[in-house]
Design a protein around this ligand. Structure first.
Ligand SMILES: Cc1cc2nc3c(=O)[nH]c(=O)nc-3n(C[C@H](O)[C@H](O)[C@H](O)COP(=O)(O)OP(=O)(O)OC[C@H]3O[C@@H](n4cnc5c(N)ncnc54)[C@H](O)[C@@H]3O)c2cc1C
Length: 373
């Protein structure tokens, strides 16, 4: 009998959880799967909006990772290679590695002394600093995207629309502005998406500043300036910080935050795969994309290790939600098959809230559900 091959999965986001589940399901008996993630705490990032709006606490969007049939190890990986990973506790060897550590955000690019600014883009940080956009009673509140790429293209605009409603309901004299460096937000998604999000801002009385690249060096606490000389004075601001490459992927190929990958996420054709937000694929930074790319990588790893042949690649599907004035939602669905993209939108409708809640349920179940067998 040959010993089972070992595959290490890095990260417990949608990508890492999907990779571990797929390896466990299709590779049972042929591979031993280890998942490594800090504190084994899985966080549902879309909950950032609910937390920033004061509608929920960060704990509603977190689960402890417990996957039956998968060795779950709490730890922070410092480097990845095809034959294993480095941890503070030492090196862990493997026959293949699938890394899905997401993207890091550079919260320190904004001075900590700026008391009116929350530079946050995850539920925990939003919980600590949300008062900065919720407490102003008058003046301007800004949601500003510091640079591209950033996670979930419609999310800053959705947050701005909901913040405007929130302040209006409370009879505050607050106006909301959202800024993005993109000339047209969601142009990369295409279809009806760009018009849908910009119309939602207009209907909610939110000012949308396009092509606004923040110049943080020239800005100050209370005034945001752009590299082309525009200036917005504010009482409170939520800045979506610059995204950067996680340190554990520092030595891998590719410019900027994302790693250059080949077929199904392989790095230089090796048995190291990078999937999800950290992989430069030209697809949006979205949970469905992370899940699908992780499943494809797991299938290929199993084939290359001689465990089971890879099936045809499944379509890649992702859904993002836009908030509208009055509390309705619309859903932007993207589907990629064989390199061709199709875009569909649903709503706006109040009936889409269960679909958004379903995404959270699905994530929490993926983090903690016992797998068959
Ligand atoms: C505000 C917001 C709203 C969003 N809304 C939507 C939406 O509506 N629909 C949608 O599809 N997507 C949405 N997204 C995007 C979606 O959350 C991401 O695309 C998705 O989480 C990417 O999955 P991932 O597995 O690549 O990375 P992540 O979810 O970032 O997970 C990375 C994991 O790796 C771990 N990790 C990091 N570094 C290390 C290390 N060194 N060692 C070990 N583990 C490590 C982390 O702790 C984490 O568990 C949203 C994102 C944000 C921020």
């Amino acid at each position: 009998m040959t010993a089972a091959r070992r595959v290490i999965v890095v990260g417990a986001g949608p990508g890492g959880l999907a990779a571990a589940a797929r390896l466990r399901e299709r590779g049972a008996g042929g591979v031993a799967v280890t998942l490594v993630s800090p504190g084994l705490r899985a966080a549902f990032l879309a909950g950032t909006l609910d937390v920033a709006l004061g509608d929920a606490e960060p704990s509603a969007f977190a689960a402890r990772v417990a996957l039956a049939g998968v060795e779950c190890v709490a730890g922070e990986v410092t480097a990845v290679a095809p034959d294993g990973v480095e941890l503070a506790a030492g090196r862990m060897h493997a026959d293949a590695v699938i890394a899905a550590p997401g993207l890091a955000v550079d919260e320190e690019s904004v001075p900590a002394s700026w008391r009116r600014v929350a530079a946050v883009w995850d539920p925990d940080a939003a919980g600590r600093l949300r008062d900065r956009v919720l407490t102003p009673r008058a003046g301007r509140v800004v949601v500003a995207v510091c640079g591209v790429p950033y996670r979930c293209p419609p999310a800053p605009l959705a947050l701005a629309v909901a913040l405007a409603d929130r302040h209006r309901e409370a009879r505050h004299q607050v106006r909301v502005t959202v800024t993005t460096p993109e000339p047209v937000p969601l142009a990369g998604v295409g279809g009806e998406a760009p018009a849908l999000v910009s119309d939602a801002c207009t209907a909610a009385g939110v000012t949308l500043e396009r092509g606004f690249a923040p110049d943080l060096g020239a800005s100050e606490d209370g005034v945001l300036r752009s590299t082309d000389g525009r200036e917005i004075a504010y009482e409170g601001a939520l800045l979506v910080p610059l995204h950067r490459r996680p340190r554990c992927l520092a030595s891998l190929p590719g410019e900027g935050p994302m790693v250059a990958v080949g077929e199904r996420g392989s790095v230089d054709g090796s048995l190291l795969y990078v999937v999800g937000d950290a992989a430069a694929t030209g697809l949006p930074r979205a949970a469905g994309v992370a899940r699908a790319s992780a499943v494809a990588a797991a299938d290929q790893v199993l084939e290359r290790l001689g465990v089971v042949a890879a099936p045809a690649q499944e379509p890649i599907e992702a859904s993002c939600f836009m908030f509208h004035h009055g509390g309705a939602l619309s859903r932007i669905r993207v589907r990629y098959v064989g390199g061709a993209a199709s875009i569909a939108t649903d709503g706006p409708s109040l009936d889409l809230w269960p679909a958004r809640e379903g995404e959270l349920r699905r994530f929490l179940e993926a983090a903690g559900a016992a797998l068959p067998g």
